[in-house]
Design a protein around this ligand. Structure first.
Ligand code: SF4
Length: 754
């Protein structure tokens, strides 16, 4: 059995006491999100109410999930902690590295050939450290989590932004960077700014062509891609109870598209049905015993304006099906209005592909409703005008859908059944029908539709819809088709109309699977050898970082003064570099290559103070490193904004940068620098940024006295021998100074373990 009922019972045994205490401390009834947050405090309790959107709080998540792309560096780092096992139940899922091309069998074989070293590494490291491993082809991380691990009232983190999908089973599940996951695996707390709360009251009932997907497509249109930032979205009301658990999962999944920290629903009968159907009756029984603690308080839902920071109300009975896009998931258009919009914006009306599935929409309900439309095409002699591709979310759902004849319906329409993996949803799609950058339109039931996302073509116009709507549009081959009003010409020359989709929430014969692709770790992994080939281009075991000595900070050279925006993408680019995310030396060749040099406004073109020559940032830095010279990076405001990518801190650290001095930091990046044992500093007087010149040398005159709340003094010597003294602030506490002194947070953990 993959999930851990004892862990869940242990969580549930503390919920009542902790939630009651939180109600007392806050002096008010609680939302579900607050109940889950307050019952997962690292210290178990608090003596004060936290301020939403302001206070940073330490939490103790119950689970961790990692996907194959992000798990590589996370697990390489975890190996540095010197732990025998992960401190919190963890799973690794191989889903991102499998390209969709010819169909599941051939595609999986090819992925196993091209990425076998990554899969072998992940399997061996999982086996060694007590981590559950889901093989390539076993399924997409979030679908597998929903079917096996998610539980009402739980808290999990995952190294993927759509970890939020588990809100469909009443969790607070949040996507994080690898460094955060490593902390929790190593037994440290996980810090989060206490989120704001958005309430979405659902009334009425879905009907006709409208699906759960349309709820979030509508919400995305209201809140836009930034509207949920820093907030948990909590859905409630009679309409919520009418949705299936997997439908709730779809809604929570796409909460990532409005920037929300996560989304969740209170425990109800739909969740109980799903738990029992997925062989987790004991979880359902345990949840039933404390069910009033697994949903928001009645008073909160009766007067939501008093308890949420923002409230939205949607009547499901009146909701219309939507297609969102192109290029952004918040451009919401009711289906009947797309023709006019497409004409105004010159969007191609002809639809080339209809893609169904992904972690967002591959439940039994989704597949059966979409299959009911596909079956009508066969019965009514309609030949689909677009190609069909299906990505089942897990082997369990694939096997069950095959057994029940659902996949056969799609195959009869000529659909390609791709591997149970991300495929086109993450650009892993070798699309044979279009080459180059031709303008074209596709529809899919995934979550993201940014430019180039599916096939790398910036002119592919991707629209997001429910699986049944995708099926209908793909059969018609037209973006402006409205199945509620329009007819289609069949092979007999007759005009026929598609009937409303029908489907089943759960498989009547139950779920089934032959081989689910799960490998449990061995009891004692101490003798398991982690597999990394010595000549690997993609993987490299990490060496612990050596602590930066005070004596090394007296003759520090300027590497680059970055001008303007410098995000984690500028510091550690994605794209083709993702191939090297498990190989620190190789991926460091992208270090800061996107940052703009303040002196010449060029990227990746900086002066080497040793030679006077100009060159790329990584090459120049490697020359300083070879001579044992430490360097400093100077930056502007909000340095390191963007993602929580730990590579953006690890690469400069690996290459020998000692300090980053900026006008202000994006907080997560600042913390990542601290974790890697380097100095993240801010100008006390931000005008001092202008004093820094291209040939400057820096001396940290009082680094020996590095202490909390005490600014550091830096003497800057210019090329002409003149000097300026600047003050640099920092936010290091005692524990973080200890990380710095040990060379990294992981070095300190390892020392403490020893
Ligand atoms: Fe991410 Fe798409 Fe894979 Fe889901 S299917 S985990 S959204 S890449």
């Amino acid at each position: 059995m993959a999930f851990d009922i004892d862990m869940i019972k242990s969580v549930y045994s503390k919920v009542a006491e902790r939630v009651d205490a939180a109600r007392e401390i806050t002096g008010k009834p609680l939302t579900l999100a607050e109940k889950i947050l307050y019952s997962h405090l690292w210290d178990g309790k608090t003596d004060r109410a936290f301020v939403r959107g302001k206070d940073y709080v330490d939490f103790a998540p119950d689970r961790i999930a990692c996907q194959d792309a992000t798990a590589q560096m996370a697990l390489l780092q975890f190996m540095q902690a010197g732990k025998k096992n992960v401190a919190v139940p963890t799973t690794v899922h191989c889903d991102h590295l499998i390209q969709a091309k010819q169909g599941a069998k051939k595609d999986l074989k090819r992925a196993n050939e091209t990425s076998n070293e990554v899969f072998d590494f992940l399997e061996s490291v999982s086996n060694k450290y007590g981590i559950g491993f889901w093989k390539p082809g076993a399924g997409i991380i979030h679908q597998v989590v929903l079917e096996n691990y998610a539980f009402p009232g739980g808290m999990m983190i995952g190294t993927d932004s759509h970890t939020v999908n588990a809100g469909g089973l009443g969790m607070v599940a949040i996507g994080v960077g690898g460094a955060d996951a490593v902390d929790v695996m190593a037994g440290m707390p996980w810090e989060l700014k206490f989120p704001k709360l958005i309430g979405v009251k659902l009334t009425g009932e879905l009907n006709g062509w409208t699906a759960s997907k349309d709820v979030i497509l509508k919400v995305a249109g209201i809140l836009t891609v930034k509207g949920g930032t820093g907030a948990i979205v909590e859905y409630f009301g009679p309409g919520a109870k009418n949705l299936s658990a997997t439908g709730k999962g779809t809604i929570c999944n796409m909460g990532a598209e409005i920037g929300a920290t996560t989304s969740t629903f209170g425990y109800d009968e739909s969740m109980e049905r799903f738990l029992r159907a997925t062989d987790r009756a004991d979880v359902a029984d345990a949840a039933n015993e404390i069910k009033e603690y697994l949903t928001g308080d009645d008073e909160v839902y009766a007067n939501p304006e008093q308890y949420f920071d923002e409230v939205i109300e949607i009547n499901l009975s009146e909701l219309r099906p939507h297609l969102n896009g192109p290029f952004t998931p918040d451009l919401a258009t009711p289906v009947g209005e797309l023709g006019k919009k497409a004409a105004e914006n010159d969007w191609p009306l002809k639809v080339d592909w209809g893609l169904i599935g992904s972690c967002t929409n591959s439940s039994y309900e989704d597949l059966s409703r979409a299959a009911s439309i596909a079956q009508q095409a066969i019965d009514k002699k309609l030949k689909p005008k677009s190609d069909f591709g299906i990505n089942p979310g897990s082997e369990q759902i694939r096997f069950t859908a095959e057994r029940d004849g659902l996949l056969e319906v799609f195959e009869n329409l000529g659909a390609t059944i791709f591997t149970n993996a991300c495929g086109p949803c993450i650009g892993q799609w070798d699309r044979s029908d279009r080459k180059g950058e031709e303008k074209n339109t596709i529809v899919h039931s995934f979550n993201r539709n940014f430019s180039k996302r599916a096939d790398g073509n910036p002119n592919t116009h991707a629209f997001v819809g429910s699986p049944e709507m995708v099926a209908a549009i793909a059969i018609s081959g037209r973006l402006d088709f409205d199945p509620m009003t329009d007819t289609l010409l069949n092979e007999d020359g007759e005009q026929v109309k598609l009937d409303v989709p029908v489907g089943l929430e759960l498989p009547p014969k139950g779920f089934a699977v032959d081989e689910n692709g799960y490998l449990a770790p061995t009891e004692d992994g101490s003798s398991v050898e982690v597999k990394v080939a010595e000549d690997s281009e993609r993987l490299e075991l990490l060496e612990p970082f050596t602590p930066i000595q005070d004596s090394e900070l007296k003759e520090v050279k300027l590497l680059i003064k970055a001008f303007g925006k410098c995000t984690t993408d500028h510091i550690s680019m994605a794209g083709p570099w993702l191939r090297y995310r498990g190989h620190l030396d190789n991926i460091s060749n992208n270090c800061l290559i996107g940052a703009v040099n303040a002196y010449n406004k060029k990227t990746n073109f900086v002066k080497n103070q040793l030679t006077g020559e100009f060159g790329g940032v990584p090459d120049t830095q490697r020359e300083y490193k070879a001579k044992g010279i430490k360097t400093i990076v100077v930056g502007d405001h909000n340095y390191g904004e963007g993602s929580s990518r730990e590579h953006a801190a690890m690469e400069p650290r690996f290459l020998g940068v000692a300090a980053v001095l900026v006008k202000s930091f994006a907080r997560i990046h600042e913390t990542n620098l601290k974790k890697q044992g380097m100095l993240g500093l801010t100008f006390d007087n931000e005008n001092d940024y202008d004093l820094i010149q291209e040939d400057d040398t820096f001396s940290f005159v009082d680094i020996e006295e590095f202490a909390p709340d005490k600014p550091l003094t830096i003497e800057v010597t210019h090329a002409d021998g003149s000097k300026d003294t600047i003050m640099a602030n920092h936010t290091y506490n005692d524990a973080q100074i200890a990380w710095y002194r040990e060379g990294s947070a992981l070095n300190l953990i390892k020392k403490q373990n020893a």
